[in-house]
Design a protein around this ligand. Structure first.
Ligand SMILES: [Zn+2]
Length: 473
């Protein structure tokens, strides 16, 4: 329906009323502002991204790297973007493949009970019969060091409360290495989440060279704290663990790229996207199906305009974000000689959109806050266009794991920021399913991405991706 709207309608908008009156920096061209308002309205009226998210979640399902489901997701996404009239390319990426296999956790004493768990991504297997061992619970790496003599032959449990994701995820990532160094036979980490309804959260871990690889899994907050309480009361819990994780080498995969060629500056590119792969539990609805469909919706809206934006816009649906990051790295390497001026990532869920975080790097991948601050100043006159969505916050921050590798080439990175109050409780769990997502939020996120992408793609000169330029009316 959207496409049949006559172009005349756009020309009839009272553009002078929308032009703004700021003396400096000069306002955006009135037609750019008017078009942004039209795009916002159309995005909010479209249920296409929700329908697509339903297909991806229910009909494709969880899609770990190397799985048949991820291949189906790639085919599905390419077809959807061809339907939207985009030029679609599948860019080959070899991805590492890990499979979970059978998993079981049991509390043997002080009381017999189940121990729900999820193996961490890249965990090795236990012996086929499993492991029976006593537990040592610690609340930090320092405590593990202090109690190293007690760890030998035990299952080390890291019971570390969530503070920030960045701080807490260290125990999931480096816990197996630290526990193996002191002779532990396996490691369990309290799930990286501030809250829980008895839900274990998976996520990648890694092993260091020269250190034994021990099986590693996440347990629930409820069980981590219960084990801890038993230990503090003088008991020594004993567990049975069985994990079957297996490294399967590599498999061919693809980044899915849909392109709308710029009408005036086709060699300047704006990338928007998220990751199409997910963990093998739940449906990958929030992480990151929601980001994929919002990105696709944004480019679909731009493709439906009577004329293309000035710059080329590409949706990139990255592969292998969750357990390797090969898609993001491969994309940056393959396009290193192009002028990708801006890249926006949508990979923090489907909560209320709040605005955009801005990130700039130097060539050696150090943060460049001065450049990012200049970008924020240049963007300030646009903020009011996102105010109706509540998405007008601009802040220094992070873009995302997949567009991050582009930043060393001078690309300015943006991360769509969401209210994440409902995010962590389902992150990387069986509960990351469609029912947790509000369809209206999918529309609002798609609208925020659409308007912001339009501004980046259409504004003639604001900054060139490497240094701020003088804003022009
Ligand atoms: Zn994600």
């Amino acid at each position: 329906m959207r496409r049949s709207l006559p172009a005349l309608l756009l020309l009839c908008l009272p553009v002078t009323a929308l032009a703004g009156r700021r003396p400096a920096p000069p306002p955006l061209a009135p037609d750019v502002r008017a078009q942004a308002a039209v795009l916002l309205g159309r995005s909010l009226a479209s249920d296409e991204p929700w329908r697509e998210l339903t297909q991806l979640a229910d009909d494709v399902g969880p899609r770990l790297s190397g799985s048949e489901a991820l291949n189906r997701a790639i085919t599905w996404a390419a077809e959807r973007m061809r339907d939207d009239g985009l030029t679609v390319t599948l860019e080959p990426v070899d991805v590492p493949v890990w499979v979970r296999g059978e998993e079981q956790g049991t509390i043997l004493s002080p009381v017999a009970d189940q121990l729900p768990l999820l193996g961490l991504g890249w965990t090795v297997a236990t012996p086929p019969e499993g492991i029976d061992a006593d537990v040592l619970v610690v609340a930090s790496f320092d405590e593990l060091t202090a109690r190293a003599a007690e760890a030998k032959g035990r299952i080390v449990v890291f019971d570390v409360p969530f503070t920030t994701y960045g701080d807490t995820v260290k125990f999931r990532w480096a816990g197996p290495e630290a526990a193996a160094k002191v002779g532990a036979v396996a490691v369990l980490v309290r799930s990286v989440s501030p809250e829980s309804l008895s839900t274990p959260h998976t996520g990648s871990t890694h092993y260091a060279d020269g250190v034994p690889k021990i099986p590693a899994a996440a347990i629930t907050l409820e069980d981590a704290t219960r084990l801890h309480r038993w230990q503090e009361s003088g008991k020594t819990p004993r567990l049975h663990l069985k994990l079957s994780g297996e490294d399967k080498g590599t498999a061919p995969s693809f980044n899915v790229v849909g392109e709308l060629r710029g009408r005036e500056r086709p060699n300047e590119v704006v990338v928007i996207g998220g990751h199409l792969d997910s963990w093998d539990v739940g449906q990958g609805a929030q992480d990151d199906g929601a980001g994929c469909v919002a990105s696709m919706a944004a480019l679909d809206q731009l493709a439906a305009l009577p004329v293309h934006p000035r710059r080329t816009v590409r949706v990139v649906l990255f592969t292998n974000e969750e357990d390797g990051g090969a898609g993001g790295k491969a994309y940056a390497a393959a396009h290193a000689n192009e002028r990708i001026v801006y890249a926006i990532e949508d990979d923090t869920g489907a909560g209320v959109p709040l605005g955009f975080q801005v990130e700039a790097h130097t060539a050696d991948e150090a943060d460049d806050p001065n450049r990012a601050t200049q970008v924020m100043s240049a963007l300030a006159p646009w903020r009011d266009l996102l105010t109706p969505l509540g998405a007008d916050k601009l802040s220094l921050g992070h873009s995302g794991a997949d567009v991050g590798p582009l930043l060393a080439h001078g690309t300015i990175g943006f991360g769509l920021e969401h209210d994440m109050s409902g995010y962590w409780r389902v992150h990387h769990t069986e509960a990351d399913t469609l029912d947790k997502i509000d369809p209206m939020m999918v529309r609002r996120n798609a609208a925020a991405l659409t308007v912001f992408t339009w501004l980046l793609a259409e504004t003639p000169e604001l900054f060139d991706g490497t240094r701020p330029l003088q804003a022009q009316p």
